[in-house]
Design a protein around this ligand. Structure first.
Ligand code: SF4
Length: 348
């Protein structure tokens, strides 16, 4: 596809460099005829370096800042970055990369014109329009087909995305630019995740080497997040939604499942609450037995038995047992309730 053909499709090279997940990108790089098992001899060193940088940034910063000095290299580095991520065969890296590219696109889209946003949404076959003049009383600039809305809002947990809280008219939802961009972020993330499901029969050595380095970085990054010291003061405002739900259930219904009790206790102990204070929380339970409860809490805190302090189960386990409740935007890309707690405090 030539630059002229690209422009007639409504995009520029700059657009493809910023939004390389667009369908047009594949057309644009077709003439390069990238051969996966022959990357080194194709003079792709520079592009492979940029591809690795993309994936590294995604892992460490959950963003992929653009480098727009050489647009062709920037555009081509995206499919190569996808190949690197696929070659890692690591689901954390795959999810993280899709999320980081989507988040980067979302922050770039917020400063785009409404017309450019319509164009990008069109690449996902959205039925989207600018609101008509007669809808002028509404401060909402876009209308989108409610099926496009539902497909993406279904992944968002804030109450504002519930269909009952939206302005719906004749099968269309009225939205402002910020919300359209947020829904597009979901669409972009899922498109990239889908592409990362591909399997490669064999990897050329250059790709395998990069994939190994990327896996090492990911392991170090996850380790760092888990080992970062927890703040000394208990901050209830930073509790993840699952812990809030357990805390509320403990305070109001005075009953929790076994895994619920273990999760809440180990969470509170690990963020610095004393066993005596955790014990207070369980005093109103009908099956409360002071000696036994305190023993169990101290055991989880590592003050009895083997001396091991237990941590709460990770999110995937809590999801399986129905303990993950009301998960919110921050939960995306989070694998453990303690990681949520640390990140929320850092953001605050
Ligand atoms: S995703 Fe994890 S942190 Fe968030 S509510 Fe579910 S279990 Fe808790």
């Amino acid at each position: 596809m030539t630059t002229l053909q690209l422009e007639s499709a409504g995009f520029t090279k700059n657009d493809l460099a910023k939004y390389p997940f667009l369908k047009q990108t594949a057309e644009y790089i077709k003439p390069l005829d990238l051969q996966i098992d022959n990357l080194a001899s194709m003079g792709t060193d520079q592009i492979l370096k940029r591809a690795e940088e993309r994936v590294n940034k995604a892992i460490t910063d959950i963003r992929v800042p653009k480098s727009l000095k050489n647009l062709d290299d920037e555009i081509t580095s995206f499919p190569l970055a996808l190949l690197v991520v696929i070659a890692t065969e690591n689901s954390f890296i795959k999810k993280r990369y899709a999320l980081a590219e989507a988040k980067q696109a979302s922050s770039d889209l917020t400063i785009e014109s409404k017309e450019r946003i319509l164009k990008i949404a069109g690449d996902f076959d959205w039925k989207i329009k600018l609101s008509a003049k007669e809808d002028g009383d509404l401060p909402l600039e876009f209308t989108i087909k409610f099926t496009d809305y539902l497909r993406n809002a279904a992944h968002l947990h804030d109450k504002k995305w519930k269909l009952t809280n939206s302005i719906l008219s004749r099968g269309n939802i009225y939205l402002n630019k910020k919300d359209v961009v947020r829904l597009l972020e979901e669409e972009i993330r899922r498109r990239i995740e889908k592409r990362l499901e591909a399997k490669l029969a064999k990897y050329p050595p250059e790709l395998a080497e990069i994939a190994e380095r990327v896996k090492k970085l990911a392991a170090e990054t996850i380790g760092q997040t888990e080992n970062e010291a927890l703040p000394k003061v208990v901050v209830q405002a930073a509790f993840p939604p699952c812990i809030n739900a357990l805390y509320e259930a403990a305070s109001t219904s005075h009953h929790l499942s076994h895994i619920g009790r273990f999760t809440l206790t180990s969470f509170l102990i690990n963020i610095g609450m004393s066993p005596e204070n955790v014990n207070e929380l369980f005093k109103s339970f009908s099956d409360y037995n002071e000696r036994l409860t305190l023993y169990q809490i101290e055991h989880i805190a590592g003050e009895r038995g083997s001396g091991t302090r237990y941590i709460p189960p990770q999110c995937s386990v809590l999801q399986t047992h129905g303990v993950c409740k009301n998960s919110d935007d921050l939960c995306r890309g989070i694998y453990h309730p303690l990681a949520y707690y640390k990140r929320k405090q850092r953001l605050a």
